[in-house]
Design a protein around this ligand. Structure first.
Ligand code: SF4
Length: 210
């Protein structure tokens, strides 16, 4: 795929959704960090359902810590892996208070040092909470990037590196959300909805469903 096609892809995705953002509900970097920590192998809808009850009661590291393991679990037990997620979140809150004055740090190194925070989560926080042009590669972005020829790579890191190299600067901040939403709702895993796709003539996938 050449640079001109890639540019056209992002121009079309931007035209169809000029201000893309996460579907996780949050109103502060800490709320976003909490929601992302809870979202592994869970849907955004399921996470939002839990955080709508949790955040009005506890939306700071000290308030979450005050809930304790049992108290926190009672808010998030509808989400998969809730016990280990509660443990990670409590430990993260402890570290935020001890090392960062209760604030979410704005560097990759400090974020990845938090329990349960890997590269993908750090990229989401840096991008969505702090406006840095990172691209978090999840299962949707990995699939779409390979399937359509946008940024092929054998693993998520290879795809991330390729996207950072080939996505034009003006699209970098929002590329992550455009590609996730495209993969979630149009270029779906089992059967891509090619008839509704705004980049159908630009995509290199051989087995389009049209
Ligand atoms: S044409 Fe089909 S395979 Fe290609 S990007 Fe669109 S939905 Fe995905």
């Amino acid at each position: 795929m050449n640079a001109d096609i890639r540019r056209q892809i992002f121009e079309r995705l931007r035209a169809s959704n000029p201000h893309p953002t996460t579907e996780l509900e949050y109103s502060s970097p800490f709320e976003l960090l909490t929601a992302v920590l809870l979202s592994a192998q869970a849907t955004d809808v399921g996470v939002n359902k839990a955080t709508r009850k949790l955040f009005p009661v506890a939306n700071t590291p000290s308030a979450i810590l005050a809930l304790g393991q049992d108290g926190l679990e009672s808010y998030i037990n509808s989400i998969g892996l809730f016990r280990s997620k509660a443990r990670h979140l409590l430990e993260t809150c402890r570290l935020l208070l001890e090392q960062h004055d209760g604030e979410v740090p704005q560097t990759r190194e400090a974020l990845e040092a938090l329990p349960g925070v890997g590269r993908k989560t750090a990229n989401v926080i840096l991008n969505t909470a702090f406006g840095q042009p990172t691209i978090a590669v999840d299962t949707h972005i990995f699939r779409v990037s390979n399937r359509i020829g946008l940024a092929p790579g054998k693993d998520v890191r290879a795809v991330e590196d390729k996207l950072l190299k080939v996505v034009p600067a003006e699209f970098k901040l929002d590329a992550h959300h455009w590609l996730i939403l495209h993969g979630r709702y149009i270029c779906k895993a089992r059967k891509p909805d090619c008839n509704r796709c705004v980049i159908v003539d630009l995509c290199e996938y051989k087995a389009k469903s049209i």
